[in-house]
Write a protein that binds this ligand. Structure first.
Ligand code: HPA
Length: 247
């Protein structure tokens, strides 16, 4: 497995150290930030921060150049791509602080450059997307979680909102009626683009807050995020280490 990781909010924990790779500019414009080569459990892993370099102005979810990012990983020879995504929890399957490995998604985002298909780079292709995440990579992650004693919830539906604002309570109610367990802003178009490039793609979600309208009165979303982010990402990092320790 040649693994790439796209780390989301709080990505600094994943990015410590590593050698920055020099990359020729690709056909889709600027990537979010440098790709770093790091060694994890004796394996070389390529890492990028989806929202840009920690410490610089963050790139909003709707402004991320997903096409350039995914293309860069493919150009670097990555065949498995793991997203680390912080999300809000909607259903009981997505308790605050837990890690969830979704198996489905619903895309509510709009206006994003979301395809290579039908461009000069790629003839029109209607990729199959019945199962948006790679079953094999998901299975490997679940096995790794079980070996390491990490509580990784084995499924769920991720609803992708446009952001950057958070949702209204009614929007979350609608998403719950639609079957969403999680809400986040970045799994699409990332998953679709990875499929177009035949990359095995999955995401590990860190539930950092209860979705809008779900928390008891007085509990603020940003306070919840601050208190769950660090521990959740530490667990995700442990999961990646375990994933690579047997490959
Ligand atoms: N909504 C959308 N995206 C998010 C949330 C949320 O509540 N929490 C973290 N990412």
């Amino acid at each position: 497995m040649r693994l790439g990781i796209i780390a989301g909010s709080g990505a600094a924990a994943f990015l410590a150290g590593g050698q920055r790779l020099a990359l020729a500019k690709g056909p889709w414009g600027d990537i979010s930030g440098p790709v770093r080569r790091v060694a994890i459990a004796g394996h070389e892993v390529l890492l990028m921060s989806r929202h840009g370099e920690p410490g610089s102005r963050a790139i909003a979810p709707h402004a991320v150049n997903y096409r350039a990012n995914i293309w860069a990983f493919r150009e670097l020879g990555v065949d498995h791509l793991l997203g680390i995504n912080t999300v809000g929890g909607i259903s009981a399957r997505a308790a605050c602080g837990s890690l969830v490995l979704p198996d489905q998604l619903i895309d509510y985002s709009w206006g994003r450059e979301h395809s290579y298909s039908g461009t000069a780079a790629m003839p029109l292709r209607h990729v199959e997307f019945t199962a948006p995440f790679c079953a094999r990579l998901r299975a490997l992650l679940l096995e790794a979680a079980s070996r390491a004693g990490i509580d990784l919830r084995p499924g769920g539906t991720y609803g992708v909102t446009q952001g950057p604002r958070l949702e209204t309570a009614a929007e979350i109610d609608r998403m719950e009626r639609d079957g969403c367990d999680l809400v986040g802003m970045t799994a699409m178009p990332e998953a679709g683009l990875a499929r177009e490039l035949d990359l095995s793609y999955a995401i590990c979600c860190v539930v950092v807050n209860q979705a809008a309208g779900r928390a008891p009165p007085g509990v603020g979303i940003h306070g919840e995020i601050a208190s769950n982010l660090h521990a959740g990402l530490a667990q995700a990092e442990r999961l990646v280490r375990e994933l690579l320790s047997v490959d």
